[in-house]
Design a binder for this molecule. Sequence first.
Ligand code: AHR
Length: 370
Amino acid sequence: MKKKLAVLLAGTMVMASLVGCGGNDAAPATNDAPAAEPAAAEEDTAELEEEVEAEAPADDAEEAPAASGDVISVGFAQVGHESDWRAANTQNYQDTFSAANGYELAFVDADNDNAVQLEAVRGFIQQEVDYICIAPIETAGWDTVLQEAQDAGIPVLIVDRSVDADPSLYETQIGCDMIAEGEMAGNWLAEYLDGAEAKILSIEGSVGASATLGRTEGFNNIVAQHSEWEVLDSQSGDFTQAGGQEVMESYIKSYSDFNVVVCQNDNEAYGAMDAMDAAGITYGVDGDVIIISYDATHDGLQYTLDGKINCDIECNPLQAEFAADVIQKLQAGQAIDAQTIVKDQAFVAPGITSSMATTMTQEVLDGRAY
Ligand code: AHR
C-alpha cells in the first residue's frame, strides 16, 4: 500500500456514507458469478453470446492478495448513488476489494458531479494508490486527468461505462455492451409487436453517459428498421425514480396517444409507473402501454414477474470481479484484455413468449443476487 492512503480513506468516509443514504434498498451483492444463461431462447441467446466476451473470473483469481503479500490499494471513483443498480455495483466493489481479499479500497461517491469525480481521481493520484478504477459519469473530458495518472505511473481501469479518451491512457475497459442492450430492447419489441404500430416515448438516462448514448443508439438502430414505429419524444430522467416520474408526467400532458414507454433504467420505470398510475393509464401485460426497462435489478424483475414491466433488459452490476482479475494479472506481469464485456440477458413478464428472453418466474427472482 502506498503511504498516504490512510489519510485519503479518512477523507472519503463521508462521501462513501452517501451510498447508504440514497434510499436504495437493493439487496447486498455478493462475489457470486454473474447470473446464469437464460433457460429459454437457445437460438437468440447464441446470437447474444457472440457479443459476450467474459465469464466471471475464477474465485481464487479475484481473492488472492498481491503475490508479494502487500496490500493493494485501489481508488474507486464511483458515479454516485442514483439507482438500485449503482448501489449493487458499489456493494460488489466493496465486497470484492475488501481487506480480507488483500485490498485497501478508497471509495468516492461523486454524486453525479463531473467536477467531484475528476477531483477524486486527482486525490487518488496524490495519495499514490496502486490502481484507480473510474466509473465515468460522462464519456467526455477525461484525457487530461488520465494523462496525469499515467504520468504518475498509476494504472487506470475504466469500469461500467466508457470514455472518449485515447485508449493508451488507460489499461482496460470493463462493462456491459450498452449498444447491444439497446438493440436487445428493440429486437424484443419487434418480436412482441409483430408488425403492429408503435408510438414510443423514451425516458433516457443521464445526459452524456455512455449507458444513455449506447442504449439510445442501439434502440434507434432497430427503430430505423421499422417504418411502423415512431419515437414521439426522448428526454433525460437522469437514471432516477424522481426523474422518470417527472418526465412521464410531462409526457402525459403532451401526448395522448402512445403505446410504448422505454425507460433506460428500473428506477426511471418506477417513477414512470407512478405517473401513469396517477393519470389512470394502464400498462404492462394487461394494460394499454408496453413498458421496457433496463437493469433487471431485483425490484425491476419483481415488477416484471408481476406483469407491470413487459421486458427488462439486464445490465449486470457484478463487475468488480473482472476488475480484480485485471489487477491480479497486472500484479503478476501478465497480459490483459483491452476490453471485457460483461454479459447481459433479457427477461419478460409471464404470459409473454419470446425467443430471445427468459420468462420471469419466482425461481428466477429468488436466484437474483442484486
Ligand atoms: O451505467 C449503468 C447505468 O447507470 C445503470 O443502468 C443505471 O441504473 C445506472 O445508474
